[in-house]
Design a binder for this molecule. Structure first.
Ligand code: SAH
Ligand code: SF4
Ligand code: F3S
Length: 442
């Protein structure tokens, strides 16, 4: 029998990366095999993102480029799913402008992707499957993990926050938390399978359990429970919203065995007027208070953040509040974005900042953050870390610290180091902005 192949093109956040593992699971269950070669594929899936205009433009261009493939192979099945197609206008546009696309589906229909594929194979009718509201969580979707040493685990879906710039609440629906015991069971299985890194996913993980209405099932309690699972692994999570990052959570991280000390805490802006316009529901004073508490209780913590520059009406002085915040907090990573108007969100109708101003602000901010990250590198010198051997290239092992920094270790052949395992290392030197170290036995 002919071997059938699939290729999944994933855009957007980790949530989408993990959802592509579920799409892969449904395809593998039907006997398909993964390929990176477009010309070999019998099914091509675009798992899309709508967070910024740039993402959508790029995806539409890539879908457009499949016209030739379909011409050369008329049986090719092209499916488009994810956050972009959850917007009805985009789903309609794809159907109208890209006749090579066979199946269009929204985020709420993902669990039925396999069934839609079966239907298309039997009737060859182009179809759109788009529901307005979320369904209950379906635990029966098969999963084919593809992310190497890290395993993703959804703990919740959707978002209730409605930050005024953001499309996510419209395309992902309201918050739904997974069952506590299902999550514990999944993480136990992953640890038993030997995953050295496990990342819990949610748009706002601190809201975990709000919809479960049971004081035993909150995010801090979930982390505390997961931390008790024995094994050699690091537990990460993203993303935390500063408005409800509690002292209880910080205490649990500080006293945990497995929870990463790198915390991604998006600030978005350093100015209170802009934060209020964004509907972020915290002030910069409150944010700085959280940072101080994290740093005093977890001295070896690392902080990263997301920032939007050029939010509607942002003045130069207000941008400088953000710039100065980055300078003062000295983040270990800054993910900065130029504000991009999203159809249907409140900020899209506010007074816009010119594009060249946004470019100028992002360039200044990234230059600052780059120089801080470079200076921060010296903080790693002479410290010990329990780190993951991520890759071995020739005679050098590349270790990944959980803050995302890499440390190179020259191998002399006697260390018996294996990729995907955790080891204790000591950082000795910094050469050309690269950290070098050695394996130690603690
Ligand atoms: N739920 C997460 C992140 C979601 S999206 C959180 O609340 O932190 C990831 C990042 O994309 C956001 O933190 C924000 O910085 C950025 N982003 C979201 N909408 C945007 C828009 N319209 N324009 C530019 N950046 C945006
Ligand atoms: Fe978007 Fe805000 Fe929800 Fe994050 S918390 S997904 S930025 S609405
Ligand atoms: Fe993009 Fe959807 Fe994630 S809009 S950032 S893929 S939740």
């Amino acid at each position: 029998m002919k071997t059938l192949y699939y290729k999944i093109n994933t855009y957007g956040c980790q949530m989408n990366v993990h959802e592509s593992e579920k799409i892969a699971g449904m395809l593998e269950a039907r006997g398909y095999h993964a390929t990176e070669d477009d010309t070999l594929a019998d099914v091509i899936v675009f798992n899309t993102c709508a967070i910024r205009d740039g993402a959508e433009t790029k995806i539409l261009g890539n879908i457009g480029a499949t016209k030739k493939l379909k011409k050369a192979k008329p049986d090719l099945i092209i499916a488009v799913c994810g956050c972009m197609t959850q917007q009805k206008s985009r789903a309609d546009e794809i159907r109208a402008k890209y006749p090579q696309v066979s199946i269009v589906l929204g985020t709420h229909n993902l669990a039925d992707f396999g069934k839609y594929l079966d239907t298309y194979i039997s009737d060859r009718h182009r179809s759109t499957y788009l529901e307005d509201t979320e369904r209950p969580i379906n635990e029966d979707v098969p999963m084919y993990r593809t992310s190497g040493h890290n395993a993703w685990v959804n703990i919740m879906y959707g978002c209730n926050n409605f930050c005024t710039y953001c499309i996510v609440p419209y395309v992902r629906g309201r918050e739904r938390s997974r069952n506590f015991d299902d999550i514990v069971h999944e993480v136990e299985t992953l640890v038993a399978d030997g995953y050295p890194s496990i990342t819990l996913l949610g748009q706002n993980v601190n809201s975990y359990g709000n919809d479960l209405h049971d004081a035993r099932f909150t995010f801090p309690k979930l982390l505390a429970r997961l931390d008790q699972i024995p094994g050699d692994y690091v537990l990460k999570f993203m993303t935390s919203h500063p408005k409800d990052l509690s002292s209880e959570l910080i205490d649990i991280i500080a006293s945990s065995k497995h929870i990463s000390h790198t915390i991604h805490l998006p600030v978005q802006s350093g100015n209170n007027r802009i934060l209020a316009l964004m509907n972020r529901r915290y002030t910069i004073e409150k944010y700085k208070g959280i940072v101080n508490e994290i740093r005093s209780k977890i001295p070896d913590s690392h902080l990263t953040c997301d920032i939007i520059v050029g939010f509607p009406t942002e003045t130069e002085e207000e941008f400088m509040d953000t710039y100065n915040l980055v300078r003062d907090i000295r983040y270990d990573g800054v993910f900065a974005f130029m504000y991009s108007p999203r159809r249907g969100t409140p900020a899209s109708t506010m007074e816009q900042v010119p594009s060249e101003v946004k470019h100028d602000r992002i360039n200044r901010l990234l230059k600052l953050s780059k120089s801080i990250i470079k200076e921060n590198s010296t903080n790693f010198l002479d410290h010990d870390y329990h780190a993951l051997c991520d890759k071995i290239v020739d005679d050098t092992a590349i270790f990944l610290l959980d803050c995302g920094k890499t440390v190179n270790v020259k191998l002399d052949g006697s260390e018996n180091i294996r990729c995907g395992k955790m080891y204790d290392i000591h950082v000795d030197s910094l050469k050309n902005n690269i950290l070098w170290g050695r394996k130690i036995n603690l």
